[in-house]
Design a protein around this ligand. Structure first.
Ligand SMILES: Nc1nc2c(ncn2[C@@H]2O[C@H](COP(=O)(O)OP(=O)(O)OP(=O)(O)O)[C@@H](O)[C@H]2O)c(=O)[nH]1
Ligand SMILES: [Mg+2]
Length: 272
């Protein structure tokens, strides 16, 4: 079992920009896990979610509705998101009590698309600390369309690093919706993620100017700290990469039952 010594299961927060595929990943991963007889508990922490397709054991919308916050405080959708995040965080202990009472092998948490809101507000980092205790990690989703251009790719590397830095949790990057990319494109992006010098060359080839210069400087800084993003492709449509998500959790939180070890043997998790 994952999280052998803990009464409550370890937590994985799924983070990424709006529409990156967070909710779909939670749905697909929960469904996939049932096939390998692992109990994955899905949690929704996005008060703005219209609907979710996974079985949420805890749903923040039962506590706070974005529409009600908008009406009650006369706010627009963005202001309401900020207030809703703070209102949820103010109830962090209650939420944590509820979550820690759940039993399962792994908890996977869907988060709001407003990454900056989730990662930068003090209240949210407090919530993450309380929920995750000392067994938590982040899966950061790279948007596939943005990843196709070198500067788009670098901007996501930066965002992922900032989220990791802000939340202080082990983070693994995944390339979301990989099924939407042509084989060649996919290979190119994966190569960038392994070899920053190739990414740097691609940046030079992209329309120059200040933006490219900025990206190259950022890249060099990351190179200095040997920070390669090490992307793993993922698709909630085809279920590619689901085993890698599980392997990531397994590597961090401990082994799982023998029945499940077989499938993951070949997949080696390299920590960034
Ligand atoms: N082809 C394909 N489409 C996907 C995949 N994952 C998600 N999508 C589609 O991408 C869109 C956004 O997916 P969501 O899962 O709602 O993304 P999200 O990150 O939760 O979005 P927000 O919560 O609004 O930030 C939906 O139309 C999904 O059907 C995938 O792996 N492959
Ligand atoms: Mg979502």
């Amino acid at each position: 079992m994952v999280g052998l010594d803990s009464s409550s299961p370890p937590v994985i927060f799924v983070v990424g920009t709006a529409g990156a595929g967070k909710s779909s990943l939670v749905t697909s991963f929960q469904r996939w896990s049932r096939f390998i007889e692992t109990e994955v508990i899905a949690i929704n922490l996005d008060p703005g979610a219209e609907r979710v397709h996974y079985d949420a054991e805890f749903d923040v919308r039962d506590l706070i509705s974005l529409t009600e916050v908008m009406n009650e405080y006369d706010l627009g959708p963005n202001g309401a998101q900020i207030l809703a995040a703070d209102l949820v965080a103010a109830q962090a202990m209650e939420v944590a009590d509820e979550l820690h009472a759940l039993s399962g092998e792994l908890m996977v948490v869907d988060t709001p698309g407003q990454v900056e809101l989730f990662a930068f507000r003090e209240a949210s980092s407090h919530l993450i600390e309380v929920l995750g205790q000392d067994q938590a990690a982040i899966i950061y989703l790279f948007d596939p369309m943005l990843s196709r251009s070198p500067s788009g790719f670098v901007s996501q590397m930066l965002l992922s690093s900032i989220v990791e830095f802000r939340l202080g949790l082990p983070t693994k990057n995944f390339l979301s919706k990989a099924d939407l990319l042509e084989e060649e494109e996919l290979e190119k992006i994966l190569e960038w993620s392994e070899r920053l010098e190739i990414l740097e060359l691609a940046l030079y080839d992209e329309a120059g100017g200040q933006r490219t210069e900025f990206a190259i400087n950022q890249l060099r800084m990351m190179q200095q700290f040997s920070q390669t993003p090490g992307l793993t492709p993922l698709s909630s449509e085809t279920e590619d990469g689901m085993a890698d998500v599980m392997t990531f959790a397994q590597a961090l939180f401990g082994g799982m039952s023998d029945a499940r070890d077989g499938f993951a043997q070949d997949i080696e998790y390299e920590r960034n």
